[in-house]
Design a protein around this ligand. Structure first.
Ligand SMILES: [Mg+2]
Length: 268
């Protein structure tokens, strides 16, 4: 296969790509510094919904990355923008509390907005917003989201990622819970994060590239990072870090434009 043209801009995934297992991927901070030094435009794009953008900046700086908040675009911010543009004002959030500040100025009812599991107050939500609640998911929360959707609320999925690399094993991400709610209600979710083409378009806006083909998405998720980027017209580059598994790549039917041993191999 011929080498694809060299990208002039990069979108870089966070978890499993820039960092993994509580530390920077070796060489990743230097790679980011090199891109910045050479004036190569980039954005950090993540479906992580466990933290706000401000907390992600803090975490990245703690790992040795020099980053500014405006260089990070998250599924939570994309979901909030989608809701606002759809005229939705009240939502029930199902994502960890530390990320809820990024849903401002939406009004929050139910879900993880309830302090200490207090009964839900306020009006009925026009949408439920599903992120990765991890081990906080339980029957009552799913039942509540189900009630809201059966009552007319839309489903906004911040991602439908299948799993992520957590410690030594693959752990369930938001996708399985989104699928459960879709199955029960017969309603389809709108995906706000990767691999939504709108997410990729928003991430590329302001980077000054002529079109999506001039940019490469670099990540460890075959579907959201590689296939999703390719469908949005970008190059999809896979890294052999994070959740990467050789047999998953082989069986996926997905052909990344490039496969790197890690983000440190980025040609910059
Ligand atoms: Mg990842």
């Amino acid at each position: 296969m011929p080498e694809p043209p060299a990208p002039v801009a990069y979108l870089l995934d966070l978890d499993g790509t820039l960092y993994a297992g509580g530390a920077a991927v070796p060489g990743a901070p230097e790679t980011l510094a090199r891109l910045r030094h050479r004036g190569v435009p980039f954005r950090l794009v993540t479906n992580t919904t466990s933290r706000s953008r401000a907390m992600l900046v803090e975490r990245l700086r703690g790992y040795g990355f020099a980053v500014e908040p405006e260089e990070i675009f998250t599924a939570t911010l994309a979901g909030a923008a989608f809701a606002r543009e759809a005229g939705i004002r009240t939502v029930a959030p199902y994502l960890p509390a530390p990320a809820l500040e990024d849903l401002s100025p939406l009004e929050l009812v139910g879900g993880s907005s309830r302090v200490g599991g207090a009964p839900s107050e306020g009006g009925r939500p026009e949408a439920v917003i599903l992120g990765d609640l991890g081990e906080t998911w339980n029957y009552a929360l799913l039942q509540e989201a189900f009630d809201y959707v059966m009552g007319g609320a839309a489903i906004i999925a911040l991602s439908r990622d299948r799993y992520w690399q957590r410690g030594g094993r693959l752990a369930l991400d938001a996708g399985p819970f989104v699928a459960a709610l879709e199955y029960a209600t017969g309603k389809a979710a709108t995906v706000a994060g990767k691999p939504s083409p709108a997410f990729y378009a928003a991430a590329l806006a302001g980077l000054g590239v002529s079109g999506p083909a001039a940019a490469a998405m670099v990540g460890d998720d075959l579907w959201s990072d590689v296939e999703g980027a390719q469908r949005a017209g970008l190059q999809g580059w896979l890294v052999r870090t994070g959740k990467f598994r050789e047999e998953t790549l082989r069986d996926s039917g997905i052909t990344p434009d490039r496969v790197l041993s890690s983000v440190a191999e980025l040609p910059a």
